[in-house]
Design a protein around this ligand. Structure first.
Ligand code: PLP
Length: 479
């Protein structure tokens, strides 16, 4: 048998001495001839060579580390289609167990063996399902009352993630945005009511606002909506988009009420592949009770000899992530999850504190409520600097770090900020290395005697009284 080293040599020889080196990669058409697996492998591998180390990527929220056993389980399940429930009935049951565990983490009051929820490819699919359910519930009520149901809307802060824009466009449901301001950095519960009317299908609260890491105050919103609904006779419910916070709050702040303990919270989503600690491709949605999941969303399919009930936008989907999630629940337990999230939070707080000590920087918020935070250049420094945070992003990338700079959403878009997302595996030692690299980069940038292209672009924008600097190549934040 060939050992690994001779295989490697063979691959390299094949690649450099045979057809591979002279062939362009196919762009438009499937190639006429086949290619040897070694060469095809190498071509694909070379083309996808990581531009940054996943562990130095502080832009993404998505899991970049799972242990060896989890990885093995998931790799072994790579050929399993989740939808083939007849062949793999235990995986459907495992999925149900994950939904139960998550529903209970979110204090579900549902009194059934199997709680009502669904898996998705990510939070995006889960958000869509939550939004559609709210729309169908509202429509049913309107129909029953003999009222028009053609102009639905939902209310959300301008700190929404792009999925809500997609939801609005794809289902043609008006998105009413409550602008965030310098003072009001999260959804204003009282202001929210001004945007609600008889056509409001739900309010979306965000736990872990993508742009800032802050949490909407769902308890205060619930209180306001309760009084408003009582006064108006509406049934405006809350969907909580807890893409990242859904796996932080239950472990680190169980006393904060943001979940099914609140009267009007009918559905919640989270990303299994963010702080759920599973590799990409997993989102979850849970409804407070089966009665909040409209029947029209459950499709009964006769497939491969069984009658299966399906809730989701996709049909076929990978099953490996379900195994990964269930493994993590067993492996880490509540204590393990708590420890992992606690560590990430501590590192984020440490970085927040150290960044706050740097002369030219100002943290956007004093609080760190999820393991991520943003900061910006102090205005007095920003006014005279020859560089911007986009230049710092570029400089840090030379050391392999991915620390994104971007502008905040509408109304506060004059802020150019930088964000750090701390995930499992990011250690204090790495945090210190990053701080060292930031300081070295600042020393170099502060010595510039002429403005960088991004500074010149910002100055031009300032002249037209808008600080929106949205150059695509700089605005590379991962949302
Ligand atoms: C608040 C929020 N909602 C939804 C999403 C979309 O999640 P996913 O990437 O899991 O589809 C994100 C992603 O960052 C998010 O932060």
């Amino acid at each position: 048998m060939e050992d690994n080293n001779s295989k490697k040599v063979n691959m390299q020889q094949n690649h450099s001495t045979s057809e591979g080196v002279l062939k362009p990669s196919p762009i438009e058409f499937i190639p006429e001839d086949s290619t040897s697996p070694e060469v095809a492998f190498q071509m694909v591998k070379d083309e996808t060579f990581a531009q940054t180390q996943p562990r130095l990527n502080l832009a993404t929220f998505v899991t970049t580390y799972m242990d060896e056993y989890a990885t093995r389980l998931m790799n072994d399940a790579i050929d399993i289609n989740y939808i083939d429930e007849t062949e793999y009935p235990r995986i459907a049951v495992m999925n149900g167990k994950c939904i139960n565990i998550i529903a209970n983490l979110w204090n579900s009051p549902e009194n059934r063996t199997w709680k009502t929820g669904a898996l998705g490819i990510g939070s995006s699919e889960a958000c869509m399902l939550g939004g559609v359910a709210a729309w169908l519930r509202w429509r049913k009520k309107r129909k029953a009352e003999g009222k028009p149901f053609d102009t639905p809307n939902f209310v959300i802060s301008s700190g929404f993630q792009v999925v809500w824009e997609k939801f609005s466009q794809l289902w043609q449901i008006e998105m009413r945005q409550i602008p965030l301001t310098d003072k009001q950095k999260t959804l204003d519960p009282q202001e929210t009511l001004k945007y609600c009317d008889e056509n409001t299908i739900c309010v979306v609260a965000i736990e872990g606002v993508t742009w800032t890491g802050l949490n909407d105050d769902v308890e205060a919103l619930d209180k306001e909506l309760d009084a408003f609904n009582a006064k108006t006779g509406y049934d405006i419910s809350i969907h909580v988009d807890a893409a990242s916070g859904g796996f932080i709050l239950p472990f680190l702040n169980p006393e904060i009420k943001w979940d099914f303990r609140l009267k009007w919270v009918y559905s919640i989503n989270a990303s299994g592949h963010k702080y759920g600690l599973v590799y990409p491709g997993l989102g979850w949605i849970v409804w407070k009770d089966k009665s909040y999941l409209p029947d029209e969303m459950s499709f009964s399919v006769n497939y491969l000899g069984a009658e299966i009930t399906q809730v989701g936008l996709n049909f076929s989907r990978p099953a490996a992530q379900v195994l990964g999630q269930y493994y993590q629940f067993i492996r880490l337990g509540f204590k393990g999850y708590k420890e992992v999230q606690h560590n990430s939070m501590e590192i984020a707080r440490y970085l927040h504190q150290e960044i706050g000590k740097i002369d030219s920087f100002e943290n956007y918020s004093d609080d760190v409520v999820n393991p991520l935070f943003i900061w910006y250049l102090k205005p007095e420094f920003d006014n005279k600097a020859n560089w911007t945070l986009y230049d710092l992003q570029d400089k840090l990338s030379q050391n392999g770090w991915m620390v994104p700079a971007y502008t905040l959403p509408a109304n506060i878009q004059h802020y150019v900020v930088m964000r750090i997302v701390v995930r499992q595996g990011f250690t204090r030692d790495m945090a210190d290395m990053l701080l060292g690299d930031i300081k070295t980069a600042l020393n170099a940038l502060n010595q510039l005697t002429y403005p960088t292209p991004s500074r010149i672009a910002i100055q031009k924008e300032t002249k037209v009284e808008s600080r929106i600097f949205n150059h695509a190549s700089y605005n590379s934040t991962k949302k």
